[in-house]
Design a protein. Structure first.
Length: 360
């Protein structure tokens, strides 16, 4: 076996099995299970409308309401087709709706964890958008509360169900890449002054807002690093000092990983990548969306040949379709959730350290 600990190996095996989870018995008999009653709190998050659109088109969910306490944000959302026909209500009304099972939390970043904490206290499963706040203790308390109540917190990291990453996790489980000794990841884009102003209050810069998505994947592959060294830089001519050109280096006993995230890169989204190198092969994912990859193997493995080859994937559905499909299975008890609280806490700690933020 490669350098994975047994815990990491079993976790990766669980990830690789996501696409092969059996359907519920009732559905096998041709009857559809009852829809899961879900609501959404917040419209401010960059992914808020995408999550709502995903839930609306899914046959798994019944949307009972939307909450937005900010009058300006609500007025804007009310003009969007995404929210048309959905009842507007207060948070108290939503959390007391009969039969409500889950809540998608899509607030401003600073309100994500406090809002999710109230949802867990009300006995609801949570889809929580990223990142998990700037306080490790608050995030850990959220996870502990959910575990005690036997509720699921699903983090909104974008690549957990991406087909190229699913292939990566499968190859790791099958040890096709050998011992992983290097990961290099890039997660950048170019933003304007208005979007930058929204992010200024968050001390973690580009790494906190954007790099978190690939940090989740790095921790999935290699686990919690022994050491994290952040390199935070501000290069924008705006001169506000906000960190927009960030690098984090992760040290492991026999591996290193680097994550770069910048908010000043022209066409940065196109160059996003995730490259995993092992003693038996390399998987290079670029672009991340829509997924494309090149795989090099020292020997044939399954459907893959020796040497370099391009790997193509079926045309994807919506970005978040598989996230909410998986959450539905978990809520119905059809499967255990592959991303454990221990994993999410390791990701959060690694993220904070990558941003130069304290864990206390």
């Amino acid at each position: 076996m490669n350098i994975f600990s047994r815990r990491q190996f079993l976790h990766t095996a669980a990830l690789a099995s996501l696409a092969t989870v059996p359907r519920a018995r009732a559905q096998d008999k041709g009857t559809k299970p009852a829809k899961i009653r879900i609501g959404q709190i917040g419209t401010a998050h960059a992914h808020a409308s995408g999550k709502m659109a995903t839930m609306r088109k899914s046959e798994e969910y019944e949307i009972v309401g939307i909450v937005e306490p900010d009058a300006e944000l609500r007025a804007k959302a009310e003009k969007s087709a995404t929210y048309q026909g959905i009842p507007w209500m207060t948070e108290e009304q939503l959390l007391n709706t009969p039969g409500l099972q889950a809540v998608a939390v899509e607030t401003r970043i600073k309100d994500l964890v406090p809002t999710a904490t109230r949802c867990i206290a009300a006995g609801k499963h949570v889809h929580l958008d990223k990142p998990g706040g700037e306080s490790r203790p608050a995030f850990k308390q959220l996870l502990d509360d959910a575990t005690r109540r036997k509720l699921t917190v699903q983090m909104g990291y974008m690549f957990r169900y991406n087909p190229a990453f699913t292939l990566c996790f499968r190859l790791l489980r099958e040890e096709a890449l050998g011992e992983i000794f290097s990961i290099d990841a890039q997660m950048s884009k170019l933003i304007g002054a208005a979007e930058r102003n929204v992010l200024l209050p968050y001390r973690g810069g580009s790494m906190y807002e954007l790099g978190c998505h690939v940090i989740d994947a790095v921790v999935t592959v290699l686990g919690r690093p022994d050491k994290v060294t952040p390199h935070m830089r501000s290069v924008s001519a705006l001169g506000d000092g906000w960190s927009d050109n960030d690098l984090a280096v992760f040290d492991y006993p026999r591996a290193t990983a680097t994550v770069r995230s910048a908010m000043v890169e022209v066409e940065g989204g196109t160059r996003r990548n995730f490259i995993v190198c092992g003693t038996k092969g390399t998987l290079a994912i670029q672009p991340l969306e829509p997924a494309a990859a090149r795989l090099a193997l020292a020997a044939p493995h399954g459907e893959f040949k020796k040497g370099y080859q391009d790997v193509t994937f079926p045309k994807p559905g919506g970005r978040y379709d598989l996230d909410f499909a998986d959450l539905a299975k978990v809520i119905r008890g059809e499967k255990a959730f592959a991303f454990t609280p221990e994993h999410d806490l390791a990701v959060q700690e690694t993220l904070l350290l990558s941003c130069g933020l304290p864990l206390s």
